[in-house]
Unconditional design. Structure first.
Ligand SMILES: Nc1ncnc2c1ncn2[C@@H]1O[C@H](COP(=O)(O)OP(=O)(O)OP(=O)(O)O)[C@@H](O)[C@H]1O
Ligand SMILES: [Mg+2]
Ligand SMILES: [Zn+2]
Length: 553
């Protein structure tokens, strides 16, 4: 089909919005793909919607191919569904009332709604089932921004599987996982599949698909030898071994005036900072104070801490700390603390210097198990100086965008919502589920982040808004039309730039919009009956006679 630029709503801009930092934000706005309506709320203009639909279509084909069935669930959702699963407290939820005062939420995702429907599955004979939809998600994100990367309203393809047991779930999960690889391969994205943190969605096995890009908010940790890839939030890598001082038979108090950081403590005592421990008091929602303990040279990974407790925690306030420890921030430790202590795995072996719970004092030679009781868990953030847990190789940290997320939720939703079936043995059991999400808008942004140059976007052919951009210069209108027609006849979607503009402006717009092939009909075409065919990606150019266009492109 031929689409005439002179008749399209295609408002390109010379300048990017002043607040835009991400390249995709700038280029998608300048190229006339999207426009902002409110923070994190965007309109897809016709050009942007074409790309979105192409991404959707690839996702749809791959979902259909594994027997996942498309449906559509509503956005408006009665709050009771989310109360039953205990997720109505989530801060990102938009809430509203109808005219009768009944409470609704706008869903972040549709596990509740789909499980509500799955209650109609009665027998193991009806399993497995896989369902999906493209539907609007509303999330009152704390920091919306970066164009399409962090939206407050967006379309997600979310798929759900229901099986009779974990073995069945394994099979559905593998099908989805393979489909995700095909989707991102077809789109042309550079990505890594990594183990991820299941988050608030209540997951077990969880994988993220991360697209390396400086505009992302995740950190991808990979091994130089290619055998390890994980999201920083859950990466468990090998820290260097500390240089311990001679062990002590019992903790010894030492006066440390004015010393409140582990670095200062190590320097003051003349020891390795890795042989000190850092006390990080946290409070639960109900105000209970717990002590997280990590090595002095480590950073606490809050996602791991939350995962270890199965609930979010907040750094304790000064008042909470005083009340729980009888000391202030710089001198806290596990010895004598009455509450729960959770220590990082690194602290299981060896003796560390810890706060004495007395301002200006620390304890040397503190040993887990002997001097304090603690639950051990992985709490430390992986560091770039760590090594690979699989082969000991060096690690690489890269910023990346999460473009897809798949995870097993088991009976997390079917139990509270009563979605059970009768198994072959006659017993009633909860359905066992998985959840599989992709945001096409964020995928678009990730593609633009990865495929651009100083002149604009370089769309991979699979999701380009049009296949060929025919630029017609003054005088060559007739041959330009013929070129467009030949390409259209060959099955291409053609954008025909028939606008009354200077050649420089037309070429600049063509580069900005980023259609993979540009065909130019100019003065020379009148002489030789050929057009310039230029590839957006490589800049490679050749002349092709109009009748040959169909078979050449
Ligand atoms: N705010 C958002 N804007 C655009 N797309 C999003 C947003 N949040 C999630 N998505 C898309 O939906 C997919 C599945 O959503 P999921 O709930 O797993 O994301 P998430 O873990 O909340 O993402 P993030 O950690 O970036 O907030 C994501 O992989 C992403 O493609
Ligand atoms: Mg999120
Ligand atoms: Zn390795």
């Amino acid at each position: 089909m031929i689409h005439r630029a002179s008749q399209l709503f295609l408002p390109t801009l010379r300048d990017a919005p002043a607040d835009a930092e991400a390249i995709s934000h700038k280029l998608l706005v300048r190229g006339g793909f999207i426009r902002q309506v409110a923070a994190g709320v965007w309109t897809f203009l016709p050009l942007g919607w074409r790309v979105h639909r192409k991404v959707e279509q690839i996702v749809r084909e791959e979902m259909d191919a594994i027997g996942c069935q498309e449906m559509l669930m509503p956005v408006l959702t009665p709050v009771e569904l989310w109360q039953q699963t205990g997720r109505d407290f989530i801060e990102e939820l938009f809430r509203l009332k109808d005219r009768k005062g009944a409470d609704y939420i706008l869903p972040l995702t549709h596990e509740e709604t789909v499980t509500f429907h799955a209650r109609e599955l009665q027998s193991y004979r009806q399993l497995p089932q896989m369902l999906y939809h493209f539907s609007i998600k509303e999330r009152d994100e704390p920091r919306p921004g970066k164009g399409l990367i962090r939206l407050r309203e967006f379309i997600m393809k979310d798929a759900y599987s229901f099986d009779r047991d974990e073995d069945g779930l394994d099979v559905s999960f593998r099908k989805q996982r393979e489909a995700y690889h095909r989707i991102f391969d077809r789109i042309g994205l550079v990505y890594h599949e990594v183990e991820a943190e299941p988050g608030m969605m209540g997951g077990k096995e969880s994988y993220d698909f991360l697209a390396p890009s400086g505009a992302g908010e995740n950190t991808l940790v990979t091994c130089e030898n290619g055998d390890f890839a994980a999201d920083l939030e859950i990466a468990r890598t090998i820290p260097r071994a500390p240089a311990f001082p001679a062990p002590l038979a019992a903790p010894e108090e030492v006066e440390t005036p004015g010393v409140t950081t582990c670095e200062a403590l190590a320097e003051f005592l003349g020891i390795d900072v890795a042989a000190t421990s850092k006390a990080m008091p946290h409070a639960k929602l109900d105000g209970t104070v717990v002590l997280a303990l990590i090595r002095g040279d480590d950073r606490l990974e809050t996602a791991k801490l939350a995962a270890a407790f199965g609930e979010p925690l907040w750094p304790a306030t000064d008042e909470q700390i005083r009340a729980a420890f009888g000391a202030s921030g710089g001198s806290l430790g596990p010895v004598g603390f009455e509450g729960d202590v959770i220590a990082d795995l690194t602290l299981q072996e060896g003796q560390y210097v810890a706060g004495a719970n007395r301002d200006g004092f620390h304890l040397r030679g503190v040993e887990a198990g002997r001097d304090y009781e603690a639950r051990c868990a992985d709490l430390r953030a992986s560091a770039e100086t760590d090594t690979c847990p699989d082969c000991g190789g060096a690690l690489r940290f890269q910023i990346a965008i999460e473009v897809g997320h798949i995870f097993k939720f088991g009976s997390r939703y079917s139990e509270p919502l009563g979605a059970t079936f009768v198994d072959e043995d006659g017993k009633e059991k909860p359905l066992v589920g998985g959840s599989y999400g992709i945001g096409p808008a964020r995928v678009m942004a990730a593609i633009v982040e990865q495929f651009n140059d100083e002149n604009g976007i370089v769309w991979p052919a699979a999701i380009a808004p049009y296949d060929v951009h025919v630029v017609v210069l003054a005088g060559a209108e007739e041959i330009g039309e013929r070129a467009a027609q030949a390409l259209s006849d060959a099955g291409h979607d053609v954008l025909l730039d028939d606008r009354d503009q200077r050649p420089g402006e037309k070429f600049a717009d063509a580069d900005l919009i980023g259609i993979p092939v540009r065909v130019t009909a100019g003065k020379k075409s009148l002489e030789d009956g050929a057009v310039d065919v230029r590839l957006r990606g490589t800049g490679e150019e050749r002349r092709v006679a109009v009748p040959d266009l169909g078979k050449e492109i």
